[in-house]
Design a protein. Sequence first.
Length: 240
Amino acid sequence: MKDKGLDRRDFIKGAVVGAAAGSSAAIATPNIAQAETAAQAVPAAAPQAAGYAFLNLDEAAFVEALVDHMVPADEISPKGTDLGVNIYIDRALAGSWGKGDRLYTQGPWKQGAPSQGYQLPLTPAQLYRAGIEATNAHCRKTWGNTFDRIEPAQREEVLVGLSTGKVKFDDGLPVRAFWSTLYQTVVEGIYSDPIYGGNRNKAGWAIIGFPGAIAVHRDHVEKYRGKPFPTKPLGIADMS
């Protein structure tokens, strides 16, 4: 992974910028008519995987393979599942964000400008579920197996294809919209407060030297400028 397109160091360094750029690209040209069709065709959830609130067995296998590929274990940090990124994603999809509680979902569904925000007739959870199914369909069509069962080099090709829009979904689901949401949740799972399931043992914060949920850092800015912060990061649970 160190010499490939989604190198861990590049991923960590560019996470925030990449997520913002991906988000803008994702909503610039959604095909609303096709997305409506995809929304109607979102498959019913299969039996949930043990320990998950939203993901079914196939989806859990996809997400676990995804986060371990994007965040492999090395000298920087544990792998994605050991960081709990998969748990963060599952909880987010099962919660109010995944259900679209703060989204206007009544239509009319027309193609919007990037500045108009999310424009699809799908909740984030529905988009995730449909995107996983569509990605697995692409993998079966191309390599004869699902994303979690193909070779690492093939997974890399899929992820690069999703991020660049070179992969096209047969059901018309907007690829870049799915990738933007998927990438966003992986980044959040690495760096969110551990109470949300990811960033286990605050390892994500340790990677970037973030001191945690302390309210005021002004006394530390000059004292530790250019030097590692000597105190272990504190999370919300540590402050309560």
